[in-house]
Write a protein that binds this ligand. Structure first.
Ligand SMILES: Nc1ncnc2c1ncn2[C@@H]1O[C@H](COP(=O)(O)OP(=O)(O)OP(=O)(O)O)[C@@H](O)[C@H]1O
Ligand SMILES: [Mg+2]
Length: 366
């Protein structure tokens, strides 16, 4: 293992009965990286995290392995626990105890002296802006305060690896931004962070690298900015009704054919669908005349290079229609045809890529 690698997960599986919650997952996390596990409900994120800190046991098979600071959670759970802080998905504060007492119990667990405990608790309450709540009952705390207290509790032992399972779910934007800033500060203190979140903005802001998983499998891995750049058209025009789309459809088909020689290609390189095919998740590349139910790709080959294609991708989600392209001018021109109809023209974001990768429809597991 390299000196800088904190977590190494290789071909790990976890089944419950006959159901595979994690299915052959592999990834590495380097020192001081913030690494994200993204995926829809039921994707296997929490299960994967639990296997890392020894709360769940991976399926035994010869080539599956997990290493955390060089330790295997199957055999060295306690050593790993001493190096980690964990913020679980569910709030699990002791409601019989007040704020200070919840931290105190953990300090005692780690065998800290009375004076070290006092200093550490003061420091953590200050860090998480909870000093004036130190004697409050847990019931008297807001959701944001509870979450900050759980993060403070995870930091009691000065962990080298902080594991956060949806740290900001249900919190208002102010609290979320406060927590993001705290986490950025942790990284500067040489801490490695493993994070799950359903907030794509959170992943985009915090993660150096991430994986998008679905059905226990990895769909995509990389730096969020890079993933977006490589796998997503840069702009999207959201139309609120099929009627609005009808007003621009002819123009888009015509324009895609006309701009073929001047527009940069929108490629699908590096993106795979759930079946591992190169195109299926987003509809096959089709001619302007051809349509699929949910996704169509309008394209024109250039004269110079058949491999360079001007592509406008259209996705229908019930009444809403999404028109994606790398060319903002085409979308601007389409907007001019809308005459008072509702629309939203914007840059694409990680949420678009997430939905492109995992699909917009609910799966059974969700
Ligand atoms: N103890 C368990 N017993 C049986 N099935 C389980 C157990 N824990 C998780 N599962 C199943 O494994 C799958 C993955 O669950 P997991 O909690 O890891 O998903 P997740 O990605 O964290 O989802 P969410 O975003 O909703 O938190 C789900 O289908 C879930 O029902
Ligand atoms: Mg979870």
């Amino acid at each position: 293992m390299s000196d800088t690698r904190v977590i190494a997960v290789k071909n790990v599986r976890k089944s419950y009965g006959g159901f595979l919650a994690v299915n052959g997952l592999s990834f590495d996390v380097d020192k001081t990286e913030c690494f994200g596990l993204l995926g829809p409900n039921g994707a296997g994120k929490t299960t994967m995290m639990k296997m890392i800190y020894g709360m769940a046991i991976r399926d035994p098979h010869s080539d599956g392995s997990i290493s955390v600071f060089g330790y295997d959670p199957l055999y060295d759970e306690l050593k790993i626990k001493n190096l980690c802080g964990v913020v679980p998905q569910e709030d699990n504060l002791d409601i019989e105890l007040n704020v200070v007492e919840n931290l105190d119990v953990f300090c005692r667990f780690y065998g800290m002296s009375k004076s070290a405990t006092r200093d550490r608790i003061d420091y953590l309450l200050d860090l998480m802006e909870l000093t004036d709540k130190r004697d409050s009952k847990i019931k008297a705390l807001s959701g944001g305060m509870k979450r900050r207290l759980i993060i403070a509790r995870a930091l009691v032992n000065q962990p080298k690896l902080l594991i956060l399972d949806e740290p900001t779910t249900g919190l208002d934007p102010q609290v979320r931004h406060v927590i993001w800033n705290k986490l950025r500060a942790m990284k500067k203190l040489d801490m490695t962070i493993l994070l799950t979140t359903h907030y794509m903005e959170e992943a985009f802001q915090l993660c150096d690298r991430l994986i998008i998983m679905d059905g226990g499998k990895k769909m995509m891995e990389g730096n969020p900015q890079r993933l977006l750049k490589d796998n997503m058209e840069h702009y999207v025009l959201e139309l609120k009704s099929a009627g609005s789309f009808g007003k621009v459809e002819g123009f888009l088909k015509e324009t895609a054919a006309n701009i073929g020689s001047t527009t940069e290609a929108a490629t699908k390189e590096g993106v795979t669908d759930k079946a591992g095919n190169d195109e299926g998740a987003f509809g096959e590349a089709v001619n302007a005349e051809t349509e699929t139910d949910e996704t169509e790709t309008i394209e024109a080959e250039t004269d110079e290079a058949a491999s360079k294609k001007a592509v406008i991708r259209v996705e229908h989600m019930e009444e809403i229609v999404y028109v994606y392209s790398n060319d903002p001018e085409v979308l601007q021109k389409a907007v001019c045809l809308l005459k008072g109809e509702d629309y939203y023209l914007r840059q694409s974001n990680l949420e678009d890529l997430f939905l492109k990768t995992t699909g917009r429809a609910l799966a059974n597991a969700q």
